[in-house]
Ligand binder design. Structure first.
Ligand code: OVM
Length: 393
């Protein structure tokens, strides 16, 4: 243990969050497994070690919690997720239900409606000319099409982002921001659970489909409620932030936007490249179930490992020219959605949202111009924008 590589970097600090990619370069140069002494956790940040950890659920468990908090020693803030925070074989049953409901048949049915919404929103934004890209597009679009698809009622949808901030904030250490945010919004978790009730979902949404799976005995009704909660926990902020970062990248790289404008069929790959280059999800956590060894480093039982998938996407040992944003890149082995048994179950849904929105922009807007500095959200959790001042020409 005396030979372990340590770092004083704090992934939750404002400095790190302002430029995680410089920090990842430092971490990758230090070695494959680094001890983050500020938090008493391990981290991995190369493509191959991230892959090893995320693939080996028998050693690197999700039952210790999806965030930095160690459920083997500490109480979770809410009843744990029955898909994220559980290992196979229990995980396999809930995952199967979610997989089916988020599968290609449903997505094919949703596409046309998404295209209509995206077209209208981009037309409206273009008519304004100068907009906040977050307000006008990257927050507005997912916040409409995703809850509609789940079958959620219209009112109070702004609470979805509050809940998302709680969920992803809880993945980090409990700081002042988190404690006061939780106190200010103490009513929101109960509101969310109420909206997840079967009676409060429309009969044609994917929320109801989860309850239909309970009618078939694939899960219990209580589990169905928890799986609908997963939609509202993991499905909103993630896409809002990823689409916002993608728009920012396209505005910052006019030559890339020109290629997309010339061939809107590149929209899906452009969104995937944005996710590799700058994903809303920068890190995941696992907790060891036993003593183990990783890339020559001994790791004890019940220790936390932070997996920097955002760094894996910039690992030159896996991606050529990793710091170049190239919407025509052939992306082999996307890790921005995680990988392995817990790889994002909604990733095809997210890709559909991203593709449809970017395509709607590319079909309608000649040129994107940044009219002021993009602002990142300060609160921990996901990486995302609070503001993206831009002109649509
Ligand atoms: C859940 C959940 C919440 C946040 C993230 C996530 C990355 C899942 O409630 O199941 O997956």
């Amino acid at each position: 243990m005396s030979s372990r590589i340590t770092s004083t970097l704090d992934p939750f600090s404002p400095d790190f969050r302002a430029d995680p990619y410089a920090a990842y370069d430092q971490l990758r140069a230090l070695g494959p497994v680094v001890w983050l002494e500020q938090h008493g956790i391990w981290c991995v940040h190369h493509y191959d070690t991230c892959m090893k950890v995320l693939s080996n659920y028998e050693v690197y468990s999700n039952a210790g919690g999806g965030g930095i908090k160690n459920y083997f020693h500490e109480e979770p803030w809410r009843p744990p997720s029955i898909i994220l925070e559980v290992d196979p074989p229990d995980h396999t049953r809930t995952r199967t239900v979610m997989n089916r409901v988020l599968g290609p048949r449903i997505l094919r049915e949703l596409r046309e409606g998404f295209e209509a919404v995206a077209g209208t929103m981009v037309d409206e934004a273009r008519a304004l000319g100068d907009v906040d890209g977050v307000d006008a597009l990257s927050r507005r679009f997912p916040l409409k099409v995703f809850p509609d698809s789940v079958g959620l009622a219209e009112d109070g949808r702004d609470k979805l982002l509050v809940y998302g901030a709680m969920v992803f904030g809880a993945f980090g250490p409990e700081g002042d921001w988190y404690r006061s945010f939780m106190a200010e919004n103490a009513d929101v978790p109960a509101w969310i659970m109420d909206r997840c009730q079967r009676a409060n979902l429309s009969p044609d949404g994917i929320g109801e489909m989860i309850y239909a799976a309970a009618d078939d005995g694939q899960v219990t009704p209580e589990e169905a409620l928890m799986l609908v909660r997963t939609f509202l926990s993991a499905g909103v902020d993630t896409t809002v932030d990823s689409i916002g970062l993608a728009l920012k990248l396209l505005a910052e790289h006019p030559e890339q936007y020109a290629r997309l404008r010339a061939d809107p069929g590149l929209a899906r790959n452009a969104f995937d490249e944005a996710t590799r280059f700058d994903s809303s999800s920068q890190s995941l956590f696992r907790t060891t179930l036993c003593d183990t060894e990783l890339a020559g480093q001994a790791i004890g039982k019940h220790e936390k490992v932070m997996v920097f998938i955002g760094s894996a996407g910039r690992d030159g040992a896996h991606f050529d020219d990793p710091d170049t944003f190239d919407i025509t890149r052939r992306i082999k082995g996307q890790m921005g959605y995680g990988v392995g048994p817990h790889g994002c179950v909604g990733q095809m849904f997210a890709r559909l949202e991203g593709e449809v929105l970017l395509r709607a922009v590319a079909e309608r807007v000649d040129r994107l111009e940044l009219t002021g500095p993009a602002e990142f959200r300060l609160n921990p959790g996901l990486r995302g924008l609070s503001r993206l001042p831009m002109a649509l020409h």
